[in-house]
Design a protein around this ligand. Structure first.
Ligand SMILES: Cc1cc2nc3c(=O)[nH]c(=O)nc-3n(C[C@H](O)[C@H](O)[C@H](O)COP(=O)(O)O)c2cc1C
Length: 395
């Protein structure tokens, strides 16, 4: 996701500094090259050697040791991230001070800057620190966190540096085109549960991974995203509003409540087609033989298709076998704009895996994508939607 990008990472003197070794590694894993700038205080918390090993190159800590590096490094970089950012360095940035290598680089850098504050809650809540942070915000600096939690001093409060994954996501989205900014995207994900009695239910193998990936990528491209999720054991994507549901009826109600606000609706959820005709209030006793009477659930996509005013609608069609004709019929029958066909019996595609192989079918064309990660499938899907709809504000 960061292939070819050059990232400057600033490290300051906080106990959270050791976590930045992982940040440096993760950013490099995403394909970026990393140059690290350390303050003197940060070297009391992690060794320059570990930092250089993680970064795969020399670090910078003294502007007089490498003359004009405080100008040349920022001129060549795509993004500057300071994580952790101490109260002291935040004060220097806000004051426009350039007394050390990191603050001089901060002043000289013209691109997107992200800081991840980390400090004791009393320091963080101090009005002077808050004033400095709002100065930086007004100057276009993006902050990630801090979070509430147990701090290094043992106290509870606001001041923990955000998780590395959250900082990485902020870096990636800062360097991703924001071509879904202004869009309200509604995504459904995961399976549903249809109860026989208070203990047993009918469900399916959907993990929710595809829908969570779509929600994350739409958010990364600037959309406001609401994710209606059936039972899925996945961390919610950052910055996405998650509505949790269990049954197909809950999912139908949640979709109908949210759809008037949506400009784009992507239904990846594997909603049960049938539910027990009756849900017993008490546990059904064990018997030698037991038959279950099933009735059809509400077809959410068909109901959305019947709405007078509806968003651009994308359905997913999981099939066992290459039954692409059924997907084409669904596209027209339910008045969708696009359907994503996948044969879940194919190796590496379908349930509970991180990859998928799909065919994107719309009113104009069919595009077969190779086996790729679910995040890449989500990106390709959003690319095609943008292609069909043209520029922003066209939904
Ligand atoms: C054990 C210890 C932990 C510290 N942790 C933090 C911290 O998490 N956040 C912070 O703002 N300052 C913290 N400080 C204070 C900074 O290290 C100090 O203000 C230093 O001057 C920061 O310099 P720098 O911003 O140039 O890195 C800590 C100091 C010590 C001794």
């Amino acid at each position: 996701m960061l292939k070819g990008k050059s990232i400057l990472v600033g490290l300051t003197g906080s106990v959270a500094a050791y976590k930045s070794i992982d940040l440096i590694k993760r950013v490099r894993q995403e394909g970026a090259s990393v140059t690290v700038i350390m303050t003197e205080a940060s070297k009391r918390f992690i060794t320059p050697l570990s930092v250089e090993l993680a970064a795969g190159g020399p670090l910078y800590d003294d502007m007089f040791a490498a003359p004009l590096s405080h100008i040349s490094l920022p001129a060549e970089a795509d993004l500057l991230v300071v994580a952790p950012a101490t109260a002291n360095s935040i004060a220097k940035f806000a004051a426009g001070s350039a007394g050390d290598m990191l603050s001089a680089v901060f002043l000289a850098f013209r691109g997107r800057t992200i800081i991840a504050p980390a400090m004791n809650w009393r320091m963080y809540e101090n009005r002077i620190v808050q004033r400095n942070l709002s100065h930086l915000l007004a100057a276009g600096v993006k902050t990630v966190g801090p979070e509430r939690g147990t701090l290094a001093c043992g106290e509870e409060g606001m001041g923990r540096m955000s998780d590395i994954e959250k900082i990485v996501e902020e870096i990636v989205s800062s360097l991703t085109r924001q071509d879904f900014a202004g869009e309200q995207v509604l995504v459904t994900a995961g399976p549903t549960r249809e109860y026989l009695d208070p203990i047993r239910y009918l469900s399916n193998r959907s993990s929710g991974k595809m829908g969570y990936a779509v929600a994350k990528m739409a958010k990364r491209r600037g959309a406001e995203v609401t994710l209606i999720s059936g039972p899925a054991f996945l961390p919610p994507p950052d910055g996405v509003e998650v509505i949790r549901v269990e049954t197909s009826e809950d999912m139908y109600n949640a979709v109908m409540d949210s759809i008037p606000m949506a400009s784009l609706f992507i239904m990846t959820a594997a909603v049960a087609d049938f539910r027990p005709a009756e849900t017993k209030d008490a546990k059904i006793d064990k018997k030698d033989r037991f038959s279950l009477d099933l009735v059809k659930t509400t077809d959410i996509l068909a109901e959305v298709g019947r709405l007078k005013s509806k968003p651009f609608t994308v359905g997913f069609s999981a099939e066992t076998g290459h039954r692409i004709e059924r997907a084409r019929k669904k596209l027209l029958g339910k008045d969708m704009d696009m359907i994503v066909f996948n044969d879940v019996t194919m190796k590496g595609a379908g349930f509970d895996v991180d990859t998928n192989a799909v065919i994107i079918i719309d009113r104009e064309s069919e595009r077969k994508l190779p086996l790729m990660s679910k995040e890449e499938v989500a990106m390709a899907l959003l690319d095609r939607i943008r292609e069909i709809k043209g520029g922003m504000g066209t939904f």
